[in-house]
Design a protein around this ligand. Sequence first.
Ligand SMILES: *[C@@H]1O[C@H](CO)[C@@H](O)[C@H](O)[C@H]1NC(C)=O
Ligand SMILES: *[C@@H]1O[C@H](CO)[C@@H](O)[C@H](O)[C@H]1NC(C)=O
Length: 431
Amino acid sequence: MWRLAARVLLGTKVHLVTRRLLAGAANLQCCWWRTARRTHTGYMSAGIRKVEAPDAEHLIRVQWEDGSESCYPCVWLRDNCQCPHCFLHSAKARKLLFEDLDVDIVAKEVTLTDRKKIFITWPDEHTSEYEAEWLKKRCFSEAARAEMREDLFLPEHQYWGSDLQLPKIPFEEIMYDDESAYKWLCTLKKMGVVLLTGAAARQGELVKLGHRIGFLRLTFYGLTWQVQDKADANNVAYTTGKLCFHTDYPVLQHPPGVQFLHCIKQTATGGESEIVDGFHAANKLKHQNPQAYQILTSTAVDYTDIGVDYCDFAVQGKQRIIDVDYRGQAVRINFNNATRDTVFDIPAEEVRPFYAALKEFNDLLNSTEHKFTFKLKPGDIVTFDNWRVLHGRKSYQSGSEVTRHLEGAYADWDVVMSRLRLLRKRVLNRD
Ligand SMILES: *[C@@H]1O[C@H](CO)[C@@H](O)[C@H](O)[C@H]1NC(C)=O
Ligand SMILES: *[C@@H]1O[C@H](CO)[C@@H](O)[C@H](O)[C@H]1NC(C)=O
């Protein structure tokens, strides 16, 4: 159901209209959403025409007033009994112990009241009741599950190349306006990158941004870290050299999901930022050279990071360059040429094919068709999906004083998505 709302919120032309609507009377906002929800999902009008006793598969079949049907397994219904004995409403958590659950349980009696509720009596005389709307949302059909998945995780990505229209939102707006903050996070999830503009050109803005979403991710480089030319740099980022496309911190078991880079000072010549959509490039590789894709999605690469910063560290990790889901679709890129270890724990004969595959992937990332170049201005904060978007920078002149200074920070996707869901609830006034 979020898709409809987001399409309206994200479509720039329609957006202005919606924005006016939403900014208007609370009444109007409420009605607009109710209408959208009713037409899109029918949750609001969920009424039950008929409910059938369990069949041989222990499924209870519900016929809805709109003509559709849903099946619910008995064991799932018993497991999700919403009574205070089985469910702690204050914590929205299950109390029922798994050891007390009979996997083969069958409802003894099923009745419908008022077209709005189903009552079940279980063999031990325990009774459960389920609201129609609650059941409809949890329908096991493929379409209903896809809709719920979309609602909870916003899995849709819009791929881009050098033609990217970099989404921009004023920093002040996302800090003080929930609708702008919601739009920021939806766009970040969908496009993988959003530029926040007009922040103060001093350290500390990212800490404020962290409070806005919840909290930042602490790493061995501190809660925030300063990207500038440093003597005896403990990281290649802390030099004036060129940085090829990379994701940050693949040495960690759980690399940071979201990255923020706040420009405080920018050098006059050089130092441009480059970004590329890693999922888009991975898809290209999959079609162009399935074998190279297979190598990069299966070979565990050693990463290392040793030094001192927030405290001393000696981190070792293994990651595949491209992590995929059960469909073979890229879900995370873990590529950092700088921290890739000299130790390489694979058979010698597999090494050269691996390099060839990585070279081909890198050529796709670095192609003019795919990469997008821009230059950060003081006060800009680029926010991006560190699991998807690879970033780099062009070299710049070193000097006796610091001419370029970015402050960086990370956040986990769990924290960002949590804030997104809460903002959506508030903005769209839904339950
Ligand atoms: C990786 O590192 C090697 C050696 O330092 C360098 O020649 C190459 O350009 C780097 N490639 C990328 C994509 O970073
Ligand atoms: C990336 O492409 C640029 C030209 O756009 C080229 O000069 C550079 O050598 C390439 N780098 C790598 C690591 O392939």
